[in-house]
Design a binder for this molecule. Sequence first.
Ligand code: GLP
Length: 244
Amino acid sequence: MLKVVEARDYKDMSRKAANIISAQIILKEDSVLGLATGSTPIGAYETLVHWCDKGDLDFSKVRTVNLDEYVGLPAFHEQSYYYFMRKNLFEKVNIDLSNTHLPDGTNENAEQECKRYHDVIESMGGIDLQLLGIGNNGHIGFNEPADTFANWVHKVELTDSTIEANSRLFNSKEEVPTSAYTMGIGEIMSAKKILIIASGKAKAPIIKEMIEGPVTPQVPASILKFHNDVTLIADKDALSLLSK
Ligand code: GLP
């Protein structure tokens, strides 16, 4: 069941999301958190860092698996998701870095890397709480619109609209990697709980499609309606096109 929680604005969405993540860690100190990158979760991560600083939250036993990573970017590249996670969260909380996992974008052997990463997630016993953003075209992780839902970790060719959207973070569009490793719909849907967050008017059309449209691999996020514990926290702007 998909539950929709309306937030006033980005800050409110971020605090509400951080509250849910924080409750998860309090209830299970060695939780496996599925984490996301992009602009949307930054405020939630900042809030978690603040609560950890105050001593209200303890990451020492928390384990994490990230959704995705660009193929070809080394870990020290400022646009790699590994770098993003270290900068926005891992270096700022008391997490044990050996408990944090991302696909290895420098492994050119896609088959090997996809299997390795799938096995990492399995060996941790699956994901307790998966945090998701949503791409303008409905992608989750880097599961792009396609003819079928891809089950497990796989290598994906990024669509032009995703490359365009993500180019704002690179010097030029040409520098954006054209492929990525991503968890599949199978690993995401196997998470015990899912929290998806969205903010701003630009996301309103895709949020409407995800909620009111049919379940289709052309809108990968639409599959979330089949999960039994998914919460969307979105601000008023992102919900502004919903019919009710
Ligand atoms: C990126 C990521 C997604 C993210 C999405 C939206 O390409 N792979 O995990 O949810 O795009 O990003 P943003 O939050 O910046 O809008």
